[in-house]
Write a protein that binds this ligand. Structure first.
Ligand code: UD1
Length: 420
């Protein structure tokens, strides 16, 4: 099994160029099904991106990858079915549903099922698509979607601003008949990036100040070139790596405005942060101050994806920090592994209390999920002694060159094969 060995206790300092956003590139890859020929720039090299490309190829697209660009030709599709093994590679493959239905008038996809963060239902996706004229039937673990008449625009009010549901509705609506209105949509930067891609491709999309999205269906979209936005969660993770080791980093190619809910949290820990253009600099104190209360929220609130990297910082804080996880049911799985390194954490439902300790010690730990896995690496970098971190396939879903970037900041770590 592949893992990292980490020799902790070194301050991290230096520059990192942040890669393109995983959560932006995935729905945009789904959107390429709506046009003939699209080129995406700044695509990170990640296993989740490979999984999305595999789905496109299975559907009959030609996918050409060169460095960080991906060109998708979707002139003719061979299939509208996403089989189980491809759906299981990546839970967020459900975002292909809206695009396949828009393109083919039907879709058959394996039910995405649960994941490491909890059950992750897709009821909001399905009820919105039904409102747009899709008939959804469940059969032997598959969703059979058909459009007996035409896909038509609808007014949809989301009871929760689900990122995936908003994306699926947007993808279904671009070429539907008439207007779609999405009230209470997700407002994450990745949604805006998807809207920008679709708009460039000829979609008629308007997002007003309160967030409501208006989409008037057009006949067809055309292929375009699009540069994916930087990954704000990878950026937050590298800022936390500096914060937990008492270091200083300069991040390049970020959009500081996407990090405005993260800066004040790290400033509360005593870090000083400045930003100019697309660069962010963070200087950390020797030991962080505690976080009074971190509540995860839909954007522009504090992102659930940054909760576990920040928790790694809180483990070494000079006091007690409180976390309230409002988005996912099961998002403190890293806590048990952090405790193996000497962290003092109590989890009760959506609340976690972290009593900072003066030192963590190296240990053998197992990645529990993508961001939780990253938080274990951060804790290991700050811990005394050697850690072994296994099951890093979770980390490789979302961070390109994670170990190389940390090594370039001075980390002593190595990718190794561990016996099973
Ligand atoms: C996306 C991101 C993920 C991030 C999350 C929240 C991608 C590929 N993934 O996931 O990294 O952590 O947003 O910012 O972009 N829910 C329902 N019914 C639904 C849909 C969602 O109950 O039909 C619930 C979920 O179980 C969860 C919450 O809503 O508790 C948020 O989910 P959602 O915003 O849809 O997240 P994802 O799109 O899955």
């Amino acid at each position: 099994m592949t893992g990292y060995t980490v020799e902790g206790g070194r301050k991290l300092s230096g520059d990192v160029t942040v890669h393109g956003a995983k959560n932006a590139v995935l729905p945009i890859l789904a959107a390429t099904l709506l046009a003939d020929h699209s080129t995406l720039l700044n695509c990170p090299s990640l296993t989740d991106v490979n999984a999305a490309c595999n789905i496109l190829e299975h559907l009959g697209c030609s996918v050409v990858r060169e460095d960080n660009s991906i060109t998708v030709s979707a002139e003719s599709l061979a299939d509208c079915i996403v089989p189980e093994h491809l759906m299981r590679e990546m839970r967020s493959s459900v975002v292909f549903l809206g695009a396949i239905i828009a393109r083919c008038g039907k879709a058959r996809v394996s039910m995405p099922g649960g994941c490491e963060l909890g059950p992750r239902p897709i009821d909001l996706h399905l009820s919105a698509l039904e409102k747009m004229g899709v008939v959804v039937e469940e059969e032997h673990g598959y969703l059979n979607c058909t459009v007996p008449d035409r896909l038509r625009g609808a007014t949809i009010s989301l009871t929760f601003p689900s990122v995936g549901a908003t994306e699926n509705i947007m993808l279904a609506a671009c070429t539907a008949e008439g207007e779609t209105v999405i009230h209470n949509p997700a407002r994450e930067p990745e949604i805006i990036d998807l809207a920008n891609f679709l708009q460039k491709a000829g979609a008629n999309i308007r997002i007003v100040e309160n967030g409501t999205i208006y989409i008037r269906g057009v006949k067809a979209l055309r292929g375009v070139e699009h540069r994916v936005i930087p990954d704000r969660i990878a950026a937050a993770t590298y800022l936390c790596a500096a914060a937990v080791t008492g270091g200083d980093v300069l991040l390049r190619e970020v959009v500081p405005a996407h990090l405005f809910s993260i800066f004040p949290v790290l400033e509360e820990a005593g870090c000083s942060i400045s930003h100019v253009g697309g660069a962010v600099r963070l200087f950390a104190p020797k030991r962080p101050a505690p976080f009074r209360c971190i509540r995860t929220m839909p954007y522009p609130g504090f992102p659930t994806d940054a909760q576990s990297p920040v928790m790694a910082v809180s483990c070494l804080a000079k006091g007690t920090s409180l976390f309230v996880e409002n988005i996912f049911e099961n998002r403190y799985k890293q806590a048990g592994e952090l405790m193996r390194m000497g962290a003092r954490i109590k989890v009760e439902g959506k609340v976690a209390v972290v009593e900072g300790v003066a030192k963590l010690h190296g240990a053998s730990v197992v990645c529990t999920d993508l961001r939780g896995g990253a938080s274990l690496c951060l804790a290991a970098l700050a811990a005394e002694g050697k850690s072994e971190i296994t099951d890093i396939r979770h980390i490789e879903r979302g961070y390109q060159d994670f170990d190389k970037n940390l090594i370039s900041l001075g980390a002593i770590m190595e990718k190794t094969e561990f016996p099973l």
